[in-house]
Ligand binder design. Structure first.
Ligand SMILES: NC(=O)c1ccc[n+]([C@@H]2O[C@H](COP(=O)([O-])OP(=O)(O)OC[C@H]3O[C@@H](n4cnc5c(N)ncnc54)[C@H](O)[C@@H]3O)[C@@H](O)[C@H]2O)c1
Length: 265
């Protein structure tokens, strides 16, 4: 088939689950899935009401029982976005066993169990589907004061590759988005500090941070039929941060205005 029937991404008739969809990137993912026609279920510990029609399911993804009960409510997903996560900023010396365990539990173990439970149900239903993990640019780099976080996001790539391998024969694709610095409550303090973002964004070819909707669109693309022959892939959503060593923005040639670098003309 060489002719597209439509130029829109359509998820009409599909059931989509997003973990950690009450805020930030996950919330934007849920909105985007809804805009593409999916019936959306959000698994989250936070039950703050939404302004768009998605079903909020009370779920602590670090509990296997809670996850199973949530999937009982959503039914079998066609699209599963495994996104819940957190980052605790601590130096190597300050990273206690408790910080390490909490980060591994939410970012890595819960991602594994969400995928394991969701994929088992998708396989049993026999209608294929698509899974997208939220990894990070920190899957690759060693940003300081985030050793536990970085370990989990590198680990997510291990889950990605193995799951794509094992689930391909069932028609289930597995991919990941790798966001750079995205404006959410997790990162708002950095965005609120002009000195921090001025230097941070100097190394980003796009000259600015990202918005949750920009990650959501990439994830929904990967989840959709438009990515029908893509599995085991990672998609950086980082304004080009990972492609350069020092970045293109130099004083004299550029200025930092309203939170973004722009060329001086
Ligand atoms: N913001 C960034 O710059 C950035 C960059 C790269 C990757 N990420 C990743 O994106 C994902 C979302 O981060 P965000 O910035 O939107 O954070 P956020 O704090 O805005 O949202 C996280 C969501 O996860 C939910 N959550 C937390 N613990 C949970 C649990 N135990 N069970 C169920 N839900 C739970 C929260 O209630 C919240 O709705 C995370 O995996 C994070 O590591 C974020």
């Amino acid at each position: 088939m060489y002719i597209l029937n439509t130029m829109e991404i359509s998820l009409n008739g599909k059931t989509a689950v997003v973990t950690g969809g009450a805020h930030g990137i996950g919330r934007a993912m849920a909105e985007c899935l809804h805009a593409c026609g999916a019936s959306v279920y959000i698994f989250d510990i936070d039950q703050t009401p939404l302004e768009f029609p998605a079903q909020l399911v009370s779920c602590d993804v670090t509990s296997r029982d809670s996850l199973s009960a949530a999937f009982d409510i959503s039914g079998v997903p066609d699209v599963l976005l495994i996104n819940a996560g957190t980052g605790i900023v601590k130096s190597l010396d300050e990273t206690t066993r408790d910080v390490w365990d909490k980060t591994i539990s939410l970012n890595l173990t819960a991602a594994f169990e969400t995928l394991q439970i969701g994929a088992a149900r998708m396989k049993a239903a026999g209608r294929g589907g698509s899974i997208v993990l939220t990894a990070s640019t920190n899957s690759y780099d060693g940003e300081e004061n985030l050793i536990a976080y970085n370990a989990t996001k590198a680990g997510v790539l291990g889950i990605l590759h193995t799951a794509a391998n094992e689930l391909g024969p069932f028609g289930i694709r597995v991919n990941a988005v790798n966001p750079g610095l995205i404006r959410t409550r997790l990162t708002q303090s950095a965005f609120d500090s002009p000195e921090v973002i001025r230097e941070y964004f100097r190394a980003i070819p796009m000259g600015r941070g990202g918005e949750p909707s920009e990650v959501a669109k990439a994830a929904v693309f990967l989840a959709s039929d438009w990515a029908g022959y893509i599995t085991g892939a990672t998609l950086l959503v980082d304004g080009g941060q990972m492609c350069c060593k020092f970045g293109p923005w130099k004083d004299g040639e550029a200025e930092f205005v309203d939170g973004a670098w722009r060329r001086v003309t």
